[in-house]
Design a protein around this ligand. Structure first.
Ligand code: TYD
Ligand code: MG
Length: 456
């Protein structure tokens, strides 16, 4: 009797395994995510080559008091945005995963970063693009550098052989889904393969102190490589996102063992690579809408950075029975809630109107302080009365139309003032100590008050 291959069913969302197929994953609660995978390790397979010539550290239990925290030396990546999102540079021995949809610019970001690192020997393992393609891309970005090694290889055993001879200071793997190890039988890209390969790379990073950057694709549900397992393995998860039709790209930190996750990096995709955007407000405000209705400027904060952003709304009479609702860059359920508040407080006839909402620049802003500008832009378009262009606003709107306090109001006011706004609408009792600033601060308690201030 032929011996059956040893298989197991693995949840493609969280990586949980089970000997039999399950409809619903008991761990993550997702439906229909179990796939069968061969888990047997090949007896004939070679072991991963040991790390030779590296000073690997023996690990012993140590007393907490005796651990030397010292000043952590981080690797400066010569990219302000990336450094900040990582919490001040790359930590030696850490493993960072950069996830994003195909074509968003992950390879470009990593390549242009390593091209700038003159003091480090970098090994760029590419399983997707040929060396020629990478060279063309590097030429497009425009910096040449002699200490960057390209390796077009997907076999993990082979990769480790080259690592042993080259001893890079920084390792890049583009992408983790293309790498496979001979030790497990399942096909490249499967959960078992990705997990095994990532675990072996993590071991390498930790034992040798070599920082390792993995690039990973996001599946359509938005989780990296289906297997969320990767997110547990690595130290830091960065997500590169943006609308491919716009030039802005956002680098978000969704997990960080060495810093805060509230940081955000903004880039602009150019012909010659990605450009850091250090002053987002100036790009997000076009200021060519003077006198046009349906535009409100929000003083928003993402991470720790305040910026001013345009909220645009278009309200028209619904042609069909069911009015259309669409929101780009804003949660549509939240918009529907705000529309209901408008109906109650400003006599806005919901049922007869189509509402389209757009946050400028293809950004997705999660700051609740956007509410006031969303509701004002919609009313402005509905009334066809423009909001004065020197006014901006910040405030969360509650169900009864009250305007709730938001965080870091001082920073928002400062940014608005810096950009030359004359007036800012903020929630009442939000600002504790009023400093004498050039901008007129108007405190509002209810949406009606805000509307009176804006539309008279
Ligand atoms: P890429 O880095 O290959 O994406 P990923 O690795 O996330 O799949 O980026 C692909 C897109 O970026 C491609 O559509 C072309 C565009 N691009 C530019 O606009 N300017 C550039 O300088 C480069 C290198 C790419
Ligand atoms: Mg790529």
């Amino acid at each position: 009797m032929a011996k059956r291959a040893l298989t197991s069913f693995v949840c493609s969302q969280c990586g949980n395994d089970s000997p039999k197929w399950l409809g619903k994953c008991p761990v993550c609660g997702e439906w229909n995510t179990y796939v069968e995978e061969v888990i047997a390790t090949k007896s004939s397979a070679r072991q991963l080559p040991g790390l030779t010539g590296y000073e690997t550290q023996k690990i012993h239990p140590v007393l907490l008091q005796q651990i030397d925290t010292g000043e952590e030396i981080r690797m400066d990546l010569k990219d302000g945005e990336l450094n900040r999102v990582l919490g001040g540079g790359l930590v030696p021995g850490s493993m960072v995963l950069i996830g994003g949809e195909p074509g968003i610019g992950k390879s470009t970001l990593v390549l242009q970063t390593v091209l700038k690192l003159k003091n480090y020997k970098t090994l760029y393992v590419s399983g997707e693009e040929s060396a020629r393609q990478l060279k063309l891309r590097a030429e497009r970005i425009g910096t040449e550098y002699e200490k960057l090694y390209i390796l077009c290889e997907t076999n993990l055993e082979q990769i480790f052989t080259h690592i042993n001879t080259l001893k890079p200071d920084l390792l890049i793997v583009d992408s983790v889904q293309t790498i496979y190890t001979e030790r497990v039988e399942s096909s490249p890209g499967s959960i078992t393969q990705v997990r095994e390969s990532a675990a072996a790379l993590l071991k390498f990073a930790k034992e040798t102190g070599t920082p390792t950057l993995l690039i990973g694709h996001i599946n359509k549900e938005g989780s990296i490589a289906g297997p969320k397992v990767l997110e547990h393995i690595v130290d830091t998860v960065l997500q590169f996102e943006g609308d491919r039709h716009y030039m802005y790209r956002i680098l978000r930190n969704i997990k960080n063992r060495f810093g805060s996750t509230s940081e955000l990096g903004i880039y602009e995709m150019r012909q010659n690579g990605l450009r850091e955007v250090d002053n987002p407000s100036e790009l997000l405000l076009t200021r060519n809408h003077e006198g046009l209705s349906g535009v409100a400027i929000a003083a928003a904060i993402e991470g720790i950075r305040p910026f001013l952003i345009e909220t645009q709304a278009l309200v028209s009479t619904a042609a069909y029975g069911t009015p259309q609702r669409s929101a780009t860059g804003f949660d549509i359920r939240r918009m529907n809630m705000l529309l209901a508040v408008l109906e109650k407080r400003a006599g806005f006839k919901l049922i007869q109107k189509d509402v389209f909402l757009n946050i400028a620049g293809g950004l997705r802003v999660n700051d609740p302080a956007m509410d006031l500008s969303v509701i004002s832009a919609i009313l402005s378009s509905s009334l066809d009365v423009a909001i004065e262009w020197e006014i901006c606003m910040s405030g969360e709107v509650g169900l009864s139309g009250e305007i709730r306090p938001v965080n870091r109001i001082e920073q928002r006011i400062l940014e608005a003032e810096k950009l030359g706004f004359k007036k800012i609408l903020i929630p009442q009792n939000n600002l504790k100590n009023k400093s004498n600033s050039n901008i007129k601060i108007v405190q509002v308690k209810k949406v009606e008050e805000a509307f009176r201030e804006l539309f008279g």
